[in-house]
Ligand binder design. Structure first.
Ligand code: SF4
Ligand code: SF4
Length: 128
């Protein structure tokens, strides 16, 4: 599985319904959550740029994030900050269980303090 860092670090904490972005996006998000929560042996590589979730997202245009809440450049910055917080470079490939362990040790991330999705995230909500 190839995931950008904020999908790797944050997606299992999101409480926002995925339906509004369509069934393909919901399926991809459910797959990622399942890999992170129930398949500790699944290998996941932290990629720079669009990933498996982006490919199913209607806000991905020409292989780049075009979300009004954070375009590709901003999203890449968040990804880089989260990887730095984990102390790992882009391209790192680890088993899902190992990612989970690292993420649990680091949450809440420093980035959570200024994250615009705090209200719809179980980690962010405790900082409100
Ligand atoms: S395209 Fe943007 S909004 Fe869509 S999943 Fe990727 S990073 Fe998120
Ligand atoms: S509050 Fe933290 S864990 Fe939640 S989405 Fe934002 S950065 Fe990710």
């Amino acid at each position: 599985m190839r995931l950008r860092a904020h999908h790797l670090c944050c997606s299992r904490f999101w409480e926002e319904p995925a339906e509004e972005r369509g069934p393909a996006f919901k399926r991809a998000r459910d797959d990622i959550r399942q890999a992170l929560l129930s398949r500790p042996e699944a290998m996941i590589v932290a990629v720079e740029g669009a990933d498996e979730l982006c490919q199913a997202c209607p806000l991905c245009v020409g292989g780049r994030c075009a979300s009004p809440r954070g375009d590709e450049d901003r999203v890449r910055k968040w990804d880089a900050i989260l990887l730095k917080e984990l102390g790992l470079p882009a391209g790192t490939c680890l088993a899902s269980g190992r990612w989970r362990e690292l993420i649990e040790r680091k949450t809440p991330f420093k980035l959570c303090q200024r994250c615009q999705w705090k209200k719809v995230c179980s980690v962010g909500a405790i900082l409100l």
